[in-house]
Design a protein around this ligand. Structure first.
Ligand code: ATP
Length: 457
């Protein structure tokens, strides 16, 4: 297959109903995207898989669903109001804006911008005569730190500063402020985890690359609350747990790599990203952080409410450490789309487009296809209705059977069930596998269980 480009994935997503430009009929709102019927199924399947692995199968883990709007003091305690910012520079020629760190990252592997101060970054950009990607001039302003939090106002008078609230830039604070609630109501003993899936908002300086970096996105975050001394072991565990999860989602391990942080955030003891090789290059997909007891200590300080845990094991009292595992759901969905897309050249020289999603992630699990509409459609639509009680089914009665198979291959449907005379006369159906294109004959009554076994995660 030719190298996959982002343009191709964007066009594919639109053509097959995965992702559309946001507010398209109004000319679109830049960097907003709406998931279509197949995209929202795919994304929900990814969320279900995460939920199963990080909550359901994970010892002592609880899911919450916290509000997007939180008390403004939360963001003071977390440090977001003062330091959740990116280094912004403007091109003096065409006024385009850039993130200084990303400009360096996109131009060289020689130096990691995360290890540089603002002054060192701009000096580096000037010394190396970096050009504006838009107009080609090498004349940038000094760096200014730009806060990424979206502000909004509650109450009836907009300029009443008392009404200033933020759209959360991460879901994690919802887990931290509910630490005691969950611990008490669930009678949870440390170590235990709190996770959630939810929207986050960041006024990014350079959003782009489709859904890789947007201003509104969803995160899947899990915080493990543990005792100091067990933190590094848990950190290593979650680093690997995330990697294993990606492997189980069917991702190609050649396109995944760990990247340890060289410069740690002030609260972090250890931090590592898992990067994916997107069509535009390696990009962060998943972060694992040993956040020490920074978060709960800060909330204790700012709220005045003790966040101490009384450990029944040894009667010690302490503010727990936190190991965070955090992934963007949209970024992961994009990675899965890129990773699964294939153009296979067949023996006869023709090419078929195949989305090689693992069955658990595929938007439709089966497509029911009547061989001849006139004779088999009624039976087929009844079967589709019956199977739809268990999983998402598609139904297609138009065009040749070969074309219908291709349409399902292109959206990643792992199984096609063909209804023909054999079904009507002898209760046997043909089940075709998307990847091998092989067909097997099954008794009608076994089909449902056959598919259920294959789509398990
Ligand atoms: P980046 O370096 O790409 O800006 P980050 O280090 O700020 O990301 P985190 O704050 O660790 O990201 O957020 C956790 C995860 O949320 C990231 O690994 C990524 O998958 C996702 N994410 C972060 N920002 C965005 C965004 N603007 N659009 C989509 N997903 C995002």
């Amino acid at each position: 297959m030719e190298k996959l480009t982002m343009d191709k994935i964007v066009a594919y997503c639109k053509q097959y109903g995965f992702v559309y430009q946001g507010s398209e009929i109004y000319g679109g709102l830049a960097n907003t995207w709406d998931y279509g019927p197949l995209g929202s199924r795919l994304k929900n399947n990814i969320k279900d898989a995460w939920r199963k692995r990080f909550i359901q199968e994970n010892k002592n883990s609880y899911e919450i669903d916290a509000d997007i709007l939180m008390h403004p003091r939360v963001w003071e305690a977390s440090g977001h109001t003062t330091s959740f910012s990116d280094p912004l520079i403007d091109c003096k020629g065409c006024k385009s804006r850039y993130r200084a760190d990303k400009l360096i990252e996109d131009n060289t592997d020689e130096i990691n911008p995360d290890t540089l101060t603002d002054q060192e970054m701009i000096d580096y950009i000037r010394e190396h005569h970096y050009k504006c990607p838009k107009c080609g001039k090498s004349d940038f302003t000094d760096i200014r730190q730009f806060n990424l939090m979206f502000e909004t106002h509650r109450g009836v008078i907009k300029d009443d500063m008392g009404g200033l609230v933020y759209l959360r830039p991460e879901t994690a604070q919802g887990e931290f402020v509910n630490f005691l609630n969950v611990q008490r109501t669930m009678r949870a003993k440390i170590p235990f985890g709190i996770g959630q899936i939810g929207k986050a908002f960041r006024n990014e300086i350079t959003p782009g690359n489709f859904t890789f970096r947007t201003i509104e996105f969803e995160q899947m975050e899990h915080q493990l609350f543990c005792k100091e001394g067990t933190d590094s072991g848990n950190y290593r565990f979650y680093k690997e747990y995330a990697f294993e999860f990606l492997k189980d989602l069917g991702m190609n391990t050649d396109k995944l790599r760990y990247k340890d942080h060289e410069k740690l955030a002030h609260y972090a003891k250890e931090a590592c990203d898992i990067e994916y090789l997107f069509p535009m290059g390696w990009g962060e997909l998943w972060g694992t952080h040993n956040r020490t007891n920074y978060d709960l200590s800060r909330h204790q300080e700012y709220s005045g409410v003790s966040q101490m845990y009384l450990d029944p094991e040894d009667n010690s009292k302490y503010v727990p450490y936190v190991v965070e595992s955090s992934v963007g759901c949209d970024r992961l969905t994009l990675a899965i789309l890129c990773d699964s897309y294939d153009e296979e050249v067949l023996e006869d020289g023709s090419t078929r487009e195949v989305m090689r999603f693992i069955p658990a992630l595929a938007p439709y699990k089966v497509a029911v296809l009547p061989l001849v509409k006139k004779y088999h459609a009624e039976f087929a639509s009844e079967l589709k209705e019956k199977l739809s009680k268990y999983f998402m089914c598609s139904y297609d009665e138009t065009g040749s059977i070969g074309k219908r198979y291709r349409r399902q291959d292109a959206v990643g449907t792992p199984f096609c069930i063909t209804i023909d005379d054999e079904t009507i006369n002898h209760g046997m159906v043909t089940v075709r596998d998307r990847d091998t294109m092989e067909q097997i004959i099954l008794p009608l009554e076994e089909v449902e269980q056959y598919i259920l076994d294959k789509i398990k995660f």
